[in-house]
Structures are given as structure tokens and as C-alpha cells.
Design a protein around this ligand. Structure first.
Ligand code: GLN
Ligand code: ZN
Length: 771
């Protein structure tokens, strides 16, 4: 480290969207994977995107070397760090070239799998709707610099201008998010490799310095979460990793970023590492106290005052007052109150690029919104000291008061809710009633809801949206598709059918479009993972259901078959998790409103003769607060809203729920508390892990551990499904075991769907025989 610390600009977001305002990254990747773009063309396309991003950031006023974060990733920042340091599992060792490096194709194989091997597992990134890949590491993983992308991108940024600030997920976070490789011995902990991993990071930092990078950003969001290590263990591990890196001379100055929550007393440990700057999330966390700032010395504090997880405009006078208060506390703690930069709480990768292109949002709503570019403008404005401070305790975002924000009828209804509204008869009584009413075999077969979205369906939806297909034509197109899907399921021999969800573009947006209280954007895409993007709706006002939503489709499907057709809804927690939600009232209040709106839909489905209703809650796990201390309050409101939606039905009506990701052990109590009759959950991709966590005494309900990994085009054989079913039956018993895929089939093609479902039905029949 050079004796004088290079300047760090006053305004610096810690990350920026990488997909491009027109989803350029997605389009280039899909073209490359489909062979429509060769390797050079693909490299050129991503380079063009990065260039446009750097130009845009400069235009937004991020001035000076290191002001702009290097946010580019071909797929995922956790995968980038894993590949940079050689964390490649033995089962995918083929991605390493003869020289020990991983090229673009190898990188994508880790992310997407090969013909023989599944990809790395994927899971939610902290409490966001972004997914990261889960590196697999063992005692023998050969840790080494396997990609110099972080250095190459920095060099490229110097060609374009002043140079971006390279960013790396830190060694501690990387290992805490990794899992032991399949071939690792019992008892191996990824953290066992921390010292060796830090040595590889040191090489990367040395290379960055040699390339001329004044600063590097090391991100350690695990400091804000206490899932596995307690505060003392985190402090020790931080010293052993980031502290070790900081002790070297041969490196750029380090900005240690701690997004996704306050780090409280761990600030002392962060300061003690000897890094030159520490970033704090000050939107969720409190301002650090003078005592917590004691070790600040000459460390620059990077104040994450602009919330990067929501789309609401920052109440700038409040933020300015908090900034002033922070400066005075730093001074009081013996530091320099001027040695501060302004930043975002987390990377802006979780919000869309810009509001500029939205033409149909109401002006009053727009006045309260900020996407990434508008948030950068706020950061620049705050950093320039242009805002007169208001009150430290003022609102954190601009208050919203326009029409549609308050609906008194909705509020009165929510206020009148009693416990009886979220309570059903004892579930064992229901189980018997449903057994008689539905007459299903043991190991009943079903799917999770959606069937492949064929081109004609997408076309019809788009034409209807554009106005070139009228309501009657659209309805007929959907009915044709529903009829086709029902016939197919009957022919395949499934027991519980679905209508296939052809009318839905997205499981949350569809409901947002049909409920009051939501606004929908035109270009508000955010990356979910890799090339996958979603366009979250904006929940800004009180929520209610003006008219039935799914009832006509479900009843049409049911009219075509004697088999039960499962009604299909998205649950309140997931609707909240995958939307941008108002922050002017507790989430629980908003969730109750959504729960009550869905309750109306459930009642109408039941009245129309639908006997099984599935309410999907794939986001139950992801919204779980990062700190255990906050779990009880979260479970209280999340569970209540689901039960409000589902408790109005007869004993004979069977309520299903579905979760995409297992981590069953983490959420088993919550799932149990939902009081659903049947739960389907991902299991095939994680190779049956959940069965280890299911205790039939603790979870005495129907359960369908997925037997087909629908994230890959691979068709599972009948034998392997039978094998999974036998293992599951040994744990949960034949009476409660359901047979289903991991998730919906929307993104699959018909060829593999038909083949896989045929094997699934055959396997269920075979497993019933040997019961
Ligand atoms: N019912 C939805 C579907 O099948 C569930 C999707 C999900 O869990 N993400 O598409
Ligand atoms: Zn799912």
C-alpha cells in the first residue's frame, strides 16, 4: 500500500445494474447460447454494453477515478469470485483449461450445467430477489487465480476513461455462501479454506495494483447477517481475511462494503482490519454511535444513505441531516468529519435502470420514484452538500399522498380481522375429509401449475396487449390452450390437473395487473439471475380485488374433465417479495390487505366448484430476515397473511402451497404454520437434501418433494424417479407423499415436458405397486 491514500470520490454508488436498459446482456447471451452470435461477436456485445454503462455513469456526474463501480458480470458476482479463485467442483472440473483457467464457455457451464452434469445450485442473494450460484468447495479444491476478469475489466475501463472501481465479493462472504463439495469428507467446513483463499485474493489485489487500480471494493455482506457465525466469530474471521489482505503493501486501497443491513458493533472489527474505507448500509441500520466509531481514525466512511432495494425517492433533507449527524459523530470519535463519501445502501442492481423511459406511470407516482440513475443523482446531490438538512428522524422516502394510496373500505376490513379469519379446522380432520371427498390414490401425481408457454400463447397475449387481438379472440386463444393442456394431462394419466397458466406473463405481475393498488412499468427490468430478468410491479396503495381474476379460466378447465383441477394463485408474501412495496406502513399491514384480496378469489374459486387450490409462496424463504432476532415478527405477519387468504374454505377443500427452493430445515416451522394441506417443494436439483430435514412427526402434512429438476432440459428416467420416491416414502409415508416436478414448466419445451411427465406418472404407479 502506498503511504498516501488515493482520493476516494465524494459520490459513489456501490453497484449499478448490469443488464443494460434494453436488456442488452440478456439478448447477447441468448444469441450466443443459441449459436446466433459467435465468441467474438459476444465479446464485442458485452464490451459495447460496458462502454455505454461507463459513459452513462460519467454523464450522471460520477466524476473521478474509482467513482464508478465496476458492476459487470457475465452471470453472477458470486460465480465471478469463485471462478477468480479456482473454486470449481470436481464434478465440473472439465471447465478448467489445460492452463488452469476458466474461459467464457466453462464459466457458463458452471452456471448452466453440461449434458452430463447439473449446474451449480442457485439460491437467493440475502433478502433480495436476485439469485446467486452456490460454489462447491472441498479440502482438495485447487485454489488459484483461474480468471483475471476483474483485472481485465479494470484495464478496459482505463482505455475508456478514468477507470472504474473493481469490485469483488469478499473471501469471507464467498466461503459462507459456498457449500461443501459432494466429495468432501463429513465435517468439512468451507471456512477451513479461508487462509488459502485469502492468499489467492492477495494475488488478485496485487495484479490490480499493478494494473494501476487506486481502489478495490471488497464486499462482505455476511457481516449484516448472522446465519452461521455469531458476532465474535465474524469479527475473528474478518480479521483473518480482510485484515490479512489489508496488512499487505502490495494492493490498491480497499473499500470494505457491508451492504444488506446494519453491522452494529462489528464496525469496530471492520475498522480494525486496517482498510482505507468502510461502507455502511445506513438505510436499514441505525447511524453508528460515537462509541462504535471509536476506531475510525483516518478511515473514510462511505455512507449508504440512498436505499438501493426500493424504487422510492429518498427524502433528501432527512438524508442530509443524517449525513451531518454522522460527520459530527465521526469528529467526536476522533476522526475527520469531512472524510466521508455518500453512497447507496446496497448495489443498485436490484432496481431498474431509469425512470426516463416510463411513459405510462401516473405523474404523481413518478414524482415519488427513483430508479438507479435517479438514485445516483440523489447521491451526487447529497455529496455536493446541496441539500439543506431537515430532521434526522424524518421519513426516509418521499411521502406519497395521491389518490389510490388510501382506500378506507380496505382499511376498515383489515382492521376488523379476527383470529377466526385465519384459522381452519384441525388439519388431521381435514385430511380425512379430503381423502373421502377427493378420492385420490396414494402418491397422487400433479404439476406445479404452468405448462410450457408456446409461441402462439405468447403471441396472443402480446397482440391482446397491443390491441390487435380483441377480448373474444384472446379468450378463445387461451381456452384452446387450456383445452389442449387438459387433454394432454388426461392422456398422461396425471391425477390432479392444472389449467396451465397460459394467461400469465409472470406469477406476480399478473395479479398486480388485476388488483387495485399496483402500478406496472414498461421497462422496469431487474436481473433475477444470469439472463433472467423480471419486471416488478410497484405496490403503492391499498390493495383490493375489483373482480374475480382466475375464476373463469379455472372453471373452464374444470368443465372439461372429471379429474380435479387445481386453482392456482400467488400468495401474499410472494406478491410483496417480487414487487416494489410501499415503505410508508409496516409490511404486515400491506400483506394483510393482499391476503384479504386473495381470500375473495379463493372463496369464488371454491364456490365455482374448484376443490383444490394452490397458493404459491416461493418467496417465503427469501423474505426471511437476515437476523434471527427478526424472524418471529416476520413469521407472524407472513403466516397470518397466507392464512387470511386460505382459511375461508370448507374442510373438504384442499389447500396446496409451493416453494421453489427447499432449505426446508430453515423454513419448516413457517411452512407448518401456513397450515396448508399439501406443500410441494424443490428437491430434485438439491438431490433430495430436504428428505433429511423432514420429520413426519414435526411435519404431519402432505408433501411433494420435486422429483424432476425443471431448471434443466434433462429428462429424468423412470428408475431414478422411482428411486427418489422410495426414499421419500420411507420418510413421509405413502399416504402423505405427492409426486410432482420441482417447479412450474413455463420455461420448458414440450418435448422434454411430455417425456418427463410420462416417466413421472409411470414411476408413481410403480412405486404404488411396491408399497
Ligand atoms: N404456479 C407457478 C408455476 O407453475 C409457480 C411458479 C414458481 O413457483 N415460481 O409457474
Ligand atoms: Zn417453484
Amino acid at each position: 500500500m502506498t503511504p498516501t491514500v488515493p482520493a476516494l470520490p465524494a459520490a459513489l454508488p456501490i453497484g449499478y445494474p448490469r443488464i443494460g436498459p434494453d436488456r442488452e446482456l440478456k439478448k447477447a447471451e441468448e444469441a450466443y447460447w443459441a449459436g446466433r452470435l459467435d465468441a467474438d461477436g459476444f465479446a464485442e456485445a458485452t464490451r459495447t454494453l460496458r462502454r455505454a454503462t461507463r459513459a452513462r455513469l460519467a454523464e450522471l456526474g460520477l466524476a473521478g477515478a474509482s467513482a464508478a463501480p465496476e458492476s459487470f458480470s457475465l452471470y453472477d458476482q458470486v460465480l465471478d469470485a469463485a471462478v477468480a479463485t479456482g473454486i470449481v467442483p470436481t464434478r465440473l472440473a472439465g471447465v478448467l483449461g489445460a492452463d488452469g483457467t476458466v474461459g467464457t464457455d466453462g464459466y457458463f457451464e458452471l452456471a448452466r450445467g453440461t449434458a452430463e452434469q447439473g449446474p451449480l445450485e442457485m439460491t437467493k442473494w440475502f433478502d433480495t430477489n436476485y439469485h446467486h450460484l452456490v460454489p462447491e468447495i472441498g479440502p482438495d479444491t485447487d485454489l488459484h487465480v483461474a480468471s483475471t476478469q476483474v483485472v481485465d475489466l479494470f484495464r478496459e475501463s482505463l482505455e475508456d476513461g478514468e477507470g472504474t472501481r473493481p469490485a469483488l465479493v469478499g473471501p469471507l462472504t464467498l466461503l459462507l455462501l459456498s457449500k461443501p463439495a459432494d466429495d468432501a469428507p463429513e465435517g468439512f467446513d468451507p471456512l477451513d479454506r479461508l487462509d488459502e483463499l485469502v492468499a489467492v485474493y492477495a494475488q488478485l489485489l496485487s495484479a490490480l495494483r499493478e494494473a494501476g487500480a487506486p481502489w478495490v471494493q471488497i464486499e462482505e455482506p455476511v457481516l449484516a447477517a448472522d446465519q452461521r457465525l455469531d458476532a465474535a466469530q465474524l469479527a475473528e474471521a474478518l480479521q483473518r481475511s480482510v485484515g490479512r489482505l489489508a496488512a499487505s503493501e502490495d494492493r490498491p486501497a480497499i473499500l470494505l462494503a457491508t451492504p444488506y443491513g446494519g453491522i452494529g458493533d462489528l464496525l469496530a472489527a471492520a475498522l480494525a482490519t486496517g482498510v482505507e474505507a468502510v461502507h455502511l448500509d445506513l438505510t436499514r441500520g441505525d447511524l453508528p454511535s460515537v462509541a462504535q466509531l471509536t476506531g475510525v481514525g483516518t478511515t473514510r466512511i462511505v455512507a449508504g444513505l440512498v436505499e438501493g432495494r426500493t424504487v422510492w425517492r429518498t427524502e433528501l433533507p432527512t438524508a442530509a441531516a443524517r449525513l451531518a449527524e454522522l460527520r459530527s459523530r465521526i469528529t467526536e470519535a476522533g476522526g475527520d468529519g469531512e472524510n466521508v463519501s455518500v453512497s447507496s445502501s446496497v448495489s443498485l442492481q436490484h432496481v431498474p435502470h431509469t425512470l426516463d423511459r416510463e411513459t405510462s406511470l401516473p405523474a404523481e407516482l413518478v414524482a415519488t420514484l427513483a430508479f438507479a440513475d435517479e438514485k445516483i443523482a440523489e447521491i451526487v446531490e447529497l455529496a455536493a452538500g446541496q441539500v439543506a438538512p431537515g430532521s434526522v428522524d424524518g421519513p426516509r422516502s418521499v411521502p406519497r399522498t395521491f389518490a389510490g394510496v388510501r382506500d378506507e373500505a380496505v382499511r376498515e376490513r383489515a382492521a376488523a380481522v379476527t383470529d377466526a379469519d385465519s384459522t381452519r379446522t384441525d388439519h388431521e380432520v381435514r385430511e380425512e375429509a379430503q381423502r373421502q371427498a377427493l378420492g385420490l390414490p396414494d402418491l397422487p401425481t400433479t404439476t406445479i401449475g404452468s405448462f410450457p408457454q408456446v409461441t402462439e400463447v405468447r403471441r396472443a397475449r402480446a397482440a391482446h396487449r397491443r390491441g390487435t387481438l380483441d377480448a373474444a379472440g384472446y379468450e378463445q386463444a387461451m381456452k384452446d390452450e387450456i383445452a389442449r393442456v387438459i387433454t394432454l394431462q388426461e392422456e398422461l394419466g396425471l391425477d390432479v390437473l392444472v389449467h396451465g397458466e397460459p394467461e400469465r406473463n409472470d406469477m406476480v405481475q399478473y395479479f398486480a395487473e388485476n388488483l387495485d393498488g399496483f402500478a406496472v412499468t414498461e421497462h422496469g427490468w431487474v436481473q433475477s439471475y444470469g439472463s433472467r430478468c423480471t419486471r416488478p410491479s410497484i405496490l403503492f396503495g391499498d390493495v383490493s380485488r375489483p373482480a374475480p381474476i382466475t375464476v373463469p379460466w379455472a372453471t373452464y378447465a374444470q368443465s372439461l374433465t372429471p379429474h380435479p383441477v387445481k386453482g392456482m394463485l400467488t400468495g401474499p408474501v410472494t406478491i410483496l417479495a417480487w414487487s416494489f412495496v410501499r415503505d410508508d406502513q409496516p409490511l404486515g399491514e400491506t400483506a394483510d390487505q393482499v391476503g384479504l384480496a386473495l381470500r375473495d378469489e379463493v372463496a369464488d374459486l371454491e364456490a365455482a366448484g374448484i376443490r383444490i387450490i394452490q397458493v404459491d409462496e416461493p418467496a417465503l424463504r427469501e423474505l426471511l430476515p437476515l437476523r434471527r432476532a427478526d424472524h418471529a415478527a416476520y413469521l407472524d405477519w407472513s403466516v397470518r397473511s397466507f392464512r387470511l387468504a386460505t382459511s375461508g374454505v370448507e374442510d373438504t377443500t384442499q389447500i396446496h402451497t409451493h416453494l421453489c427452493y427447499s432449505e426446508f430445515n430453515v423454513v419448516v416451522d413457517a411452512i407448518n404454520a401456513l397450515d396448508a394441506d399439501v406443500t410441494s417443494i424443490e428437491s430434485a436439483r438439491s438431490r433430495g437434501e430436504i428428505l433429511e430435514a423432514v420429520d413426519p412427526d414435526a411435519f404431519p402434512r402432505g408433501i411433494g418433494p420435486g422429483v424432476w429438476d425443471i431448471h434443466s432440459p434433462r429428462v429424468p428416467t423412470t428408475e431414478e424417479i422411482v428411486d427418489q420416491l422410495r426414499r421419500a416414502r420411507a420418510v413421509v409415508g405413502a399416504r402423505r407423499l405427492w409426486v410432482n416436478p420441482d417447479c412450474g414448466l413455463k420455461t420448458r419445451a414440450y418435448a422434454e415436458t411430455e417425456a418427463s411427465l410420462r416417466n413421472l406418472v409411470a414411476a408413481a404407479r410403480a412405486a404404488r405397486e411396491d408399497a
